[in-house]
Every structure is written in structure tokens, then in C-alpha cells.
Write a protein that binds this ligand. Structure first.
Ligand code: HEM
Ligand SMILES: *[C@@H]1O[C@H](CO)[C@@H](O)[C@H](O)[C@H]1NC(C)=O
Ligand SMILES: *[C@@H]1O[C@H](CO)[C@@H](O)[C@H](O)[C@H]1NC(C)=O
Ligand SMILES: *[C@@H]1O[C@H](CO)[C@@H](O)[C@H](O)[C@H]1NC(C)=O
Ligand SMILES: *[C@@H]1O[C@H](CO)[C@@H](O)[C@H](O)[C@H]1NC(C)=O
Length: 335
């Protein structure tokens, strides 16, 4: 048995009832910031329902852990963590699903839909889609062998998507570390968060086109990226031959422990086997390289810092109070 991961469940006693009274009295105030107890009285089974939904999804498709984690990242970097990424296109609004970083790439929408449907039965009109994504990504990482952290709750769902924001604000694997760091600092995160959250690439897959340039024509040089380990280079050249029809073939971000959330990602960077150029670039700067080496040696430090950076990321631009709404269906704004 590993350590357990759950949030505290409410039990009814006098103290709790008094707390409930004050909670209701003060709710306009209390609703203005995120809280660990936000749904304790309104949806006591929330964390169990989300956990069950994520477990079912992983039993069918182990990659879904990675996909849910990435979904949260792509939500939070555009209009804040407001579930804007879940909105389908409408006649008057282009959603984020069609933006370059997301198209044919971001996954997990059906999993969130299924969890939302269960929640609408257990506690209708209550739980935001933004909170579901945040809890589901926490559970996904934990169930993949990673750390557990407590998720502050009470986010509300946005009223619109922002396709341009998705194109502009989500980092690309072809960008410099400096540019990627600038995109993080624009969201209130820092260089340490860049290194720590890049550890999300401990699980999941990337399509060949996101790193193929490194295999054949690095920076227009006509040769492979010299930072790439030779035997990995040969194996990736087989997976992703230099023809367009290999563009969407998948390669694991961490070929050593592909489905296990651990610190092997950092060990790979130290040995020159990072998959994306943006991953391996973390070794090209003294400050970030020192952090990579530290996380490659201290898995529990990485776990602790990952939880802390995830909480930071999941607070970006959170809508609270009367802002936004609680969507009935995560794909459409309530009318
Ligand atoms: C630092 C800048 C980042 C860049 C440039 C980047 C880029 C990418 C790219 C290109 C892919 C492959 C997508 C595809 O081929 O369809 C990917 C996958 C992934 N990314 Fe990132 N990413 C970054 C940060 C993050 C962060 C902060 C997280 C979460 C904490 C994350 C989690 C993931 C996961 C889990 C996958 C695999 C998804 C799956 O298999 O479905 N990434 N990323
Ligand atoms: C919570 O789930 C348990 C077990 O599934 C169930 O017995 C109980 O009725 C649920 N409580 C609420 C308030 O939905
Ligand atoms: C199971 O996973 C596959 C993809 O791996 C997906 O197409 C399918 O819809 C999933 N089924 C269920 C019941 O979630
Ligand atoms: C970094 O950002 C600047 C300004 O947006 C851009 O001109 C430049 O091409 C980017 N460089 C890389 C390597 O991403
Ligand atoms: C980074 O490390 C290299 C080699 O150890 C050193 O030459 C260089 O001055 C360092 N750069 C900075 C900015 O500290």
C-alpha cells in the first residue's frame, strides 16, 4: 500500500454545524477566494466521484493520466483555470479546441463529460467544470504513481473561450527557454515552476512533428541536434522517418518509465535523452540545469515541489464569487 490521497470528508457534529452556519452567513465573503472546504456541505461525495471517474478512464486508457494533466495546463494558461478549453465552437465563438497547441492533440474531454454527468446527478448545478479539471488532474498524477496534493476549490466557469489566447499563450516546443519562461511569468509563475511543471512530461506522448526537426535538420543545420543521445536518435529516426506521413506517430515523452509519474524525466535530461527540444533546453542554462540535476537525484523533493507548483498553476485567474457561472454541460455556456 502506498500513501493515500484524499481530501478530508465532513462529519456532522455540533462544531461542524456551527461552522456551516458561519459558512452560510459569510458566504458572499467566503466565496471570493478558493477554499479546500468549498463543496464539503454542497457536494460531499465530490472527490470520490472524480476519483472514480479518473480510475475508470485510466483502466480503459493509461495515457489518459497524461492527457488530463495537460488539459489542466492548457486550460489555466488561457483566460485562467476557467474550463474555457472545454467549450465547443459555436456560430458566434471559435473555441480553443481548434487552436494550434490543442487541435488533434488535447484529449480527455469525454472523461470530464462523464464525471460532470455523475456530479449533476449527485449534486446538480453545484460543481464547476474548472474544479473538475483541477481535481481530475490531481487524481490522474496520483494514480500514475505521482504525488498527491490538496486542491483549493471554488473556481467558476468562464463565459467565453479565447482561441487567440490559446495560440499565443501556450508555450511551443520550438520556442527558446527564455520565451517559454516569459510565458510562464506572464501567468504569475516563475523559472522554478517551468522546471518543475515540465516534469509533467514524465508521462504521456508527443507526435513526431513536435520534435522531428531535431532528428534530421536541427535549426536548419541539415544534421541532428548534437544534444540528443545517439542511440535515442537512431531509435527515434525509425519511429519518425523523415516523411510527412510519420508526423502524427507517437513517441513517449519518457521512454524509460512511460506511464509512471516519477523523476526519471529529469534523469533523461541529464543523460541527453529529453524528447522535446524545450525539454532538453532545460540543460542548456546553468540555473535550470542545476534544478534538473537536483530533481534527478531527489524524487521526493520533485514530488513536493510539483504539488506546490500545480496549486500555483491551478490558481491562475480563478473566477470566484459572482463571476462566471457553474456550467450544466462543460461544452457549452448556460443560456
Ligand atoms: C514548458 C513548456 C511546455 C511545452 C513546450 C510543452 C509541449 C508539449 C508538447 C509539444 C506535447 C506533445 C503534444 C502532441 O504531440 O500532441 C506535450 C505533451 C504533454 N505535456 Fe507538455 N509542454 C509544456 C509544459 C507542460 C506542463 C506545464 C505540463 C503539465 C504540468 C505538461 C504536460 C504534458 C503532458 C502530460 C503531455 C502528454 C499528453 C498526452 O499524452 O496526452 N506540459 N507537451
Ligand atoms: C455518497 O456516496 C455514498 C457511497 O456511494 C452514498 O451511500 C451516499 O448516499 C452519497 N451521499 C450523498 C450525499 O450523495
Ligand atoms: C477507451 O479508450 C479509447 C482510446 O484509447 C477510446 O476511444 C474509448 O472511447 C474509451 N472508451 C471508454 C468507455 O471510455
Ligand atoms: C522569442 O520571442 C520573440 C518575441 O516574441 C520572437 O521574435 C522570437 O522569434 C522568439 N524566439 C524563439 C526561439 O522562440
Ligand atoms: C555557466 O556555466 C559555465 C560553465 O560551467 C560558465 O562558463 C558560465 O560562466 C556560467 N554562466 C553563468 C551565467 O553563470
Amino acid at each position: 500500500m502506498g500513501h493515500r490521497c484524499h481530501d478530508e470528508k465532513p462529519s456532522f457534529n455540533l462544531r461542524k454545524l456551527i461552522q456551516l452556519f458561519f459558512f452560510l452567513m459569510l458566504s458572499p465573503l467566503a466565496l471570493c477566494q478558493l477554499s479546500y472546504k468549498f463543496y464539503d456541505y454542497t457536494c460531499p461525495n465530490l472527490t470520490r466521484i472524480v476519483r472514480y471517474g479518473v480510475m475508470s478512464a485510466l483502466a480503459n486508457d493509461s495515457r489518459m493520466a497524461a492527457s488530463l494533466l495537460r488539459l489542466h495546463f492548457h486550460d489555466c494558461f488561457v483566460n485562467g483555470c476557467d474550463a474555457s478549453v472545454l467549450l465547443d465552437d459555436t456560430s458566434s465563438m471559435e473555441g480553443e479546441k481548434g487552436a494550434a497547441p490543442n487541435r488533434n492533440s488535447v484529449r480527455g474531454f469525454e472523461v470530464i463529460d462523464a464525471i460532470k454527468a455523475s456530479l449533476e446527478k449527485a449534486c446538480p448545478y453545484t460543481v464547476s467544470c474548472a474544479d473538475i479539471i483541477s481535481l481530475a488532474s490531481r487524481d490522474a498524477v496520483y494514480l500514475a504513481g505521482g504525488p498527491c496534493w490538496s486542491v483549493p476549490l471554488g473556481r467558476r466557469d468562464g463565459l467565453t473561450a479565447n482561441k487567440d489566447g490559446a495560440n499565443d499563450d501556450i508555450p511551443s516546443p520550438f520556442e527558446s527557454l527564455q520565451n517559454i519562461t516569459a510565458k510562464f511569468t506572464a501567468k504569475g509563475l516563475d523559472i522554478k515552476d517551468v522546471v518543475v511543471l515540465s516534469g509533467g512530461h514524465s508521462i504521456g506522448f508527443a507526435q513526431c512533428f513536435t520534435f522531428k526537426q531535431r532528428l534530421f535538420d536541427f535549426g536548419g543545420s541539415g544534421i541532428a541536434d548534437p544534444a540528443l543521445d545517439t542511440s535515442l536518435l537512431q531509435s527515434l529516426q525509425k519511429t519518425c522517418p523523415d516523411q510527412d506521413d510519420s508526423d502524427t506517430t507517437l513517441a513517449p515523452l519518457d521512454p524509460v518509465t512511460t506511464n509512471k509519474f516519477d523523476n526519471v524525466y529529469y534523469k533523461n535530461l541529464v543523460s541527453g535523452t529529453g524528447l522535446l527540444q524545450s525539454d532538453q533546453d532545460l540543460m542548456g542554462d546553468n540555473q535550470t540545469a542545476a534544478m534538473v540535476v537536483t530533481y534527478s537525484k531527489y524524487p521526493l523533493l520533485f514530488f513536493r515541489d510539483f504539488g506546490a507548483s500545480m496549486v500555483k498553476m491551478s490558481n491562475i485567474g480563478a473566477l470566484t464569487g459572482k463571476d462566471g457561472q457553474i456550467r450544466r454541460n462543460c461544452r457549452v455556456v448556460n443560456n
